[in-house]
Design a binder for this molecule. Structure first.
Ligand code: SF4
Length: 199
């Protein structure tokens, strides 16, 4: 599995299928465990990710890891993290539809490789790119969606939480923590049914 993940990352690292290949520093493929039952999909790399070649390693990524740990999940062992788009859009602009479509085969290979039972979609762009759902995040977050034999959970993007840092009950931060605890509980149910050790 790790060899297959490395081969995929190597192939993706030389992709020139869209115009972002001309402005990126590094292709940002994934981090975490390719054997995990949980996959997190975000929007696109930012400046720090573009420099380091790993997704969610800037401020938003550190916040995401903090939330995962608070929810009882190990960010390196219990999940696989990637973005719908593997190269940074200049100036962190929104990904264009054509870029997301060009990058889609890489994401599909990642989903096939990891074969997660649970997938969290971080933010509206990931939700639209992966499941073609465009309803407001406030109405979809925290709700399970059953599709293609998997359970999908929309979550607020950690960048949104950085802009809304209050931990008040009912706020985006508290809701996201609650959603991640729901995700962990679901994973524990699945692991208990399969006899695998709980995360
Ligand atoms: S964003 Fe995706 S499709 Fe575009 S060059 Fe990078 S890896 Fe290839």
């Amino acid at each position: 599995m790790e060899l297959a993940a490395a081969a995929l990352a190597h192939a993706c690292s030389s992709c020139t299928a869209c115009e972002l290949s001309g402005s990126r520093n590094r292709v940002v493929v994934s981090r975490g465990a390719s054997t995990a039952s949980l996959m997190l999909i975000g929007e696109a790399p930012g400046a720090t990710e573009d420099q380091q070649g790993r997704p969610f390693v800037g401020r938003a990524g550190r916040l995401l890891d903090q939330l995962l740990i608070e929810a009882g999940l190990d960010p390196e062992r219990d999940l696989y993290v990637c973005n719908a788009l593997k190269c940074r859009p200049p100036g962190n602009r929104k990904p264009k539809r054509g870029e997301l479509e060009a990058c889609r085969p890489w994401l599909e290979q990642q989903i096939t490789l990891v074969n997660p039972s649970v997938v969290c979609l971080l933010g509206a762009t990931a939700l639209a790119a992966v499941l073609d759902l465009r309803d407001p995040m406030s109405g979809l977050r925290g709700r399970w969606i059953e599709r293609d034999g998997r359970r999908w959970m929309p979550l607020f993007h950690p960048s949104y939480l950085l802009r809304n840092p209050s931990r008040d009950p009912g706020g985006p931060f508290a809701l996201t923590l609650s959603d991640l605890r729901q995700v962990r509980a679901r994973l524990c149910q699945g692991d208990a049914a399969s006899g695998a050790p709980l995360p």
